[in-house]
Design a protein around this ligand. Structure first.
Ligand SMILES: Cc1cc2nc3c(=O)[nH]c(=O)nc-3n(C[C@H](O)[C@H](O)[C@H](O)COP(=O)(O)OP(=O)(O)OC[C@H]3O[C@@H](n4cnc5c(N)ncnc54)[C@H](O)[C@@H]3O)c2cc1C
Length: 318
């Protein structure tokens, strides 16, 4: 079992710019997973399935499959039977290791499972800083609503297209070769109302964790380490154990990186879970009343103008 270390903090970006552009932050996930795939080890990560709208954990052994996991997906991912699958994979591949990358709650569940099954020495566990995950059902209904509206299937999905920079990302889908913005869904996500109930009590919204390494966005880097700022985004690395130190040492030649500290990388969800909005109950009552259509109309239009427009529409419908 890896020993814990005093938390070490780094800011980093994978050296290939085109990978930074595809990734949500600075490409930490690709840099770490490359190292495992190149050695013939396995990676476990959540992959979005376009045919059933689900985000399922998979065992991945090639870069082309790994690329399907790149990018943040603002929906609940499904762990399914992946812990057991990892156990049997390790049993069948006795000289191999596994990298698990997932949200704090899922990664810590995997850590406990590995300790119980006595396989902790053969797994490296990376968790992701998290604002909270919205209901998978809501995403599925939204995706179906968009497909009906634009008469076609979603072929591509990104919640963080960085063509206008990391600070001004676009969320979009591709249907029949056309790009369709899905800002209304992202606004619903950022309203905080759609998160799973346990996200508001999340005990992983903290700096010190029991995984080997935590990755996330390096927020406010333009103010705290301006000389290392790049508009395309930078990853945060929080190292918690000897395995995390070993991992970072193996991958650091793939990165531009800089040592940092807990103060420089501070962000809300490293201190406490997202607060439960006062209007959450109303949100779900609205959903039960009017489904996804009402939700995106009411909570997806973020600007004051949109809110006023919504209210006027509402009054004029009475
Ligand atoms: C719902 C959500 C909320 C987030 N909130 C914050 C936040 O508040 N602060 C912050 O610093 N960072 C947050 N992040 C993390 C950040 O957006 C990046 O995902 C992270 O920094 C990794 O980026 P990357 O550039 O290394 O690689 P990327 O290639 O962009 O990361 C892909 C990795 O994320 C995994 N992943 C994507 N979506 C999910 C999901 N829903 N469930 C499980 N795994 C998933 C993929 O399987 C893969 O392992 C959040 C991510 C998600 C999905």
């Amino acid at each position: 079992m890896p020993n814990t270390v005093n938390t070490k903090v780094y800011a980093g970006r994978i050296k290939e710019k085109k990978i930074v552009m595809k990734s949500s932050s600075g490409g930490a996930f690709t840099a770490i997973s490359d190292y495992f795939i190149e050695r013939g080890d396995a990676v476990i990560a959540a992959v979005y399935e376009y045919d059933n709208y689900n985000l399922n954990y998979k065992i991945i052994q090639s870069k082309s499959d790994r690329d399907k996991a790149i990018g943040s997906k603002y929906m609940q991912s499904r762990v399914g039977n992946i812990y057991n699958e990892a156990y049997y994979w390790l049993k069948q591949n006795v000289d191999k290791k596994i990298l698990f990358v997932g949200m704090g709650c899922q990664a810590d569940g995997f850590r406990k499972f590995c300790e119980m099954k006595k396989i902790r020495d053969r797994v490296y566990i990376v968790d992701i800083v998290c604002h909270g995950m919205p209901s998978a059902k809501l995403w599925k209904e939204y995706a179906e609503y968009i497909e009906n509206k634009y008469k076609g299937k979603i072929k591509y999905l990104t919640f963080k297209d960085k063509r206008n920079g990391w600070k001004n990302p676009s969320a979009l889908v591709e249907i029949e070769g056309k790009e369709i913005m899905i800002k209304d869904y992202v606004n619903v996500f950022y309203s905080g109302c759609a998160l799973r109930p346990y996200c508001y009590k999340c005990k992983y919204a903290t700096i010190v964790r029991k995984t080997d390494l935590t990755i996330g966005d390096f927020w406010h880097i333009e103010e705290t380490i301006p000389e290392f700022f790049e508009p395309e985004g930078t990853s945060l690395f929080l190292i918690h154990t000897e395995y995390g130190v070993e991992l970072f040492n193996h991958i650091k030649q793939r990165l531009f990186y800089k040592k940092s500290d807990i103060k420089q990388c501070w962000q809300y969800n490293l201190e406490r879970p997202t607060e439960k909005p006062k209007e959450r109950e109303k949100f779900w009552n609205d959903y039960r009343r009017g489904g996804i259509f009402l939700i995106v109309k009411k909570y997806g239009l973020n600007s004051l103008f949109a809110k006023i427009k919504y209210r006027i529409n509402k009054i004029s419908r009475k």
